[in-house]
Ligand binder design. Structure first.
Ligand code: HEC
Ligand code: HEC
Ligand code: HEC
Ligand code: HEC
Ligand code: HEC
Ligand code: HEC
Length: 346
């Protein structure tokens, strides 16, 4: 045998021996126990628990979120369930680093070298616990997602850190501060567009009679500061002081609104079905439960349709309404406006 062939065989043999040795030395015994897997890894992963840091840890740096959460429904122990920060954001301490070269029992921590998850798909996150399911305990409130939220993200309407909506009437500070008799005198300037008794009929402005005082005052303020814009209305509101606003709010909120006679019975019926999406905030009868939100009962249909369009187009800005009108097509808007325009005034 020529020498170079002998050397070649020797090199191949050495490689085989080194390769086999490397395989023995660098892989664990349970490798290939279950196919191409390390049998022991299951037990390893199971023993490596996420390192939760607890709410107290987060509080020191995220005071705002912690304060909202602390007073919110997810921190109520009524039914013995508290949804802590790390349920939604993931564990704040990283897993143990165990291996041939590292054996740290603590791992990395947020915020040093670990980023927390910011949930972007809340439809997925919130429905883990809130989607209606047979057998799910009733104390944990449940919704039918399509009916309740349409295609919206949950945080359009709910603050993730304090998700319960405040639907209880707010204190109507503005109304109490105002004097309806003083307001009446000042309202003469509004009659040309809003009607003598705040009922607009076919005048250019919407009806104001019976509107919630707190909402009314906020709306006037918004025209004054540019939050709402209208070539007819904005000049009337500019320069108005908070006192006059209070008097006007007290006057108009005390008037009785007037419902339009239902012209199109079919549209009213269709509108009533759509209004099931609005009742939580605007009431089944068009009277909002919260003084900061507008009553719709007896409002002119055209104004309601225009307002819906304004939210859709972004001319009026409100997080909740923007979420709702996204799912509302033009014919739905017409019907629901017809329904509320003809809703009985109390
Ligand atoms: C020592 C202060 C500190 C503590 C304690 C802390 N954070 Fe943070 N957190 C920060 C800082 C600083 C940032 C911004 C980091 C960045 O922008 O890279 C941040 C960012 C975040 C973010 C945004 C996503 C990201 O990583 O940028 C979330 C969510 C968050 N923290 C949640 C938590 C939660 C939940 C806890 C409790 C387990 C917690 N944090 C504890 C300082 C802290
Ligand atoms: C029910 C789930 C949930 C719980 C519980 C929760 N969060 Fe959040 N958190 C969210 C969601 C969803 C967002 C994203 C909000 C958004 O995009 O407007 C968020 C955003 C944040 C942010 C801002 C991140 C960024 O950069 O926008 C911080 C910081 C934060 N949470 C900290 C906390 C702390 C601290 C706690 C506990 C006191 C907590 N969260 C509890 C769901 C939750
Ligand atoms: C890990 C499960 C869990 C997740 C995730 C969760 N929740 Fe909750 N939620 C609960 C429990 C449990 C309660 C009831 C707490 C109590 O009343 O003591 C609750 C209460 C509520 C309530 C108040 C219901 C009522 O009227 O009493 C609302 C609203 C709510 N959650 C919305 C949300 C939203 C929005 C999200 C997503 C950002 C979310 N939840 C994520 C478990 C969860
Ligand atoms: C368009 C606004 C809006 C959106 C989007 C929305 N909600 Fe609500 N949600 C409300 C209102 C308003 C209430 C209060 C209803 C009431 O008390 O009658 C409510 C109540 C709830 C309740 C308490 C129900 C009960 O029976 O007491 C839960 C749970 C809830 N929402 C979860 C969610 C979840 C999860 C999502 C996302 C899939 C979501 N919501 C999206 C407006 C919304
Ligand atoms: C030149 C006509 C005109 C005059 C005068 C006028 N308004 Fe208006 N007002 C309007 C129009 C038009 C709108 C609807 C604007 C829009 O779509 O945003 C409106 C809207 C409003 C709204 C919001 C109603 C809602 O439901 O959101 C309030 C509140 C209001 N006016 C109060 C007043 C008061 C109070 C006065 C008298 C000091 C007054 N307006 C004078 C034309 C007028
Ligand atoms: C989660 C609460 C909520 C729900 C549900 C809701 N709205 Fe609203 N809506 C509001 C708030 C808050 C405002 C006041 C926003 C602003 O200041 O511009 C408003 C304003 C309006 C206005 C303007 C009223 C005016 O006087 O200018 C119309 C019209 C309206 N909503 C129609 C609807 C219709 C139709 C639905 C159902 C398809 C609906 N809303 C569902 C909260 C809600």
């Amino acid at each position: 045998m020529p020498r170079h062939i002998f050397r070649l065989i020797l090199v191949i043999l050495v490689c085989v021996v080194v390769g086999y040795g490397a395989k023995r030395f660098f892989t664990v015994n349970s490798f290939y126990e279950y196919g191409h897997y390390r049998g022991d890894s299951v037990a390893d992963i199971a023993s490596d628990k996420p390192k939760f840091k607890g709410v107290g840890y987060c509080a020191s740096c995220h005071a705002k979120q912690t304060a909202e959460w602390s007073n919110g429904v997810h921190n109520s122990s009524d039914i013995g369930k508290i949804v802590k920060c790390e349920v939604c954001h993931g564990a704040g301490g990283e897993r143990d680093v165990l291996g041939p070269f590292e054996a740290s029992a603590t791992g990395a921590d947020h915020p040093n070298n670990l980023k927390m998850v910011v949930p972007t798909d809340t439809r997925k996150l919130c429905t883990f616990c809130h989607e209606r399911m047979t057998g799910r305990p009733l104390q944990q409130r449940q919704i039918v997602v399509a009916d309740h939220a349409g295609t919206q993200q949950c945080i359009v309407c709910h603050n993730p850190h304090s998700p319960k909506l405040n639907l209880t009437p707010v204190a109507e500070a503005a109304a109490q501060a105002g004097d309806p008799i003083v307001g009446k005198a000042k309202a003469a300037a509004c009659a040309g567009c809003h009607g003598a008794e705040g009922v607009s009929r076919n005048l250019p402005g919407p009806s104001l009679a019976g509107q919630n005082a707190a909402y009314f005052a906020e709306a006037l303020k918004a025209y004054g500061t540019g939050g709402r814009n209208n070539p007819m209305m904005s000049p009337a509101a500019q320069g108005m002081n908070a006192e006059d606003t209070g008097h006007l709010a007290a006057y108009f909120s005390g008037l009785k609104c007037e419902a339009a006679p239902a012209s199109d019975a079919q549209a009213v019926l269709a509108g009533k079905a759509i209004a099931s999406k609005c009742t939580a905030c605007h009431g089944a009868d068009g009277r909002a439960g919260n003084g900061a939100w507008p009553n719709l009962a007896g409002q002119s249909k055209d104004y309601l349709v225009n307002a819906i369009k304004a939210y859709k187009g972004g001319a009026r800005n409100n997080g909740m309404m923007a979420g709702i009108v996204k799912d509302l097509n033009d014919s739905d808007a017409e019907s629901v406006a017809t329904y509320y325009a003809s809703a009985a005034c109390k």
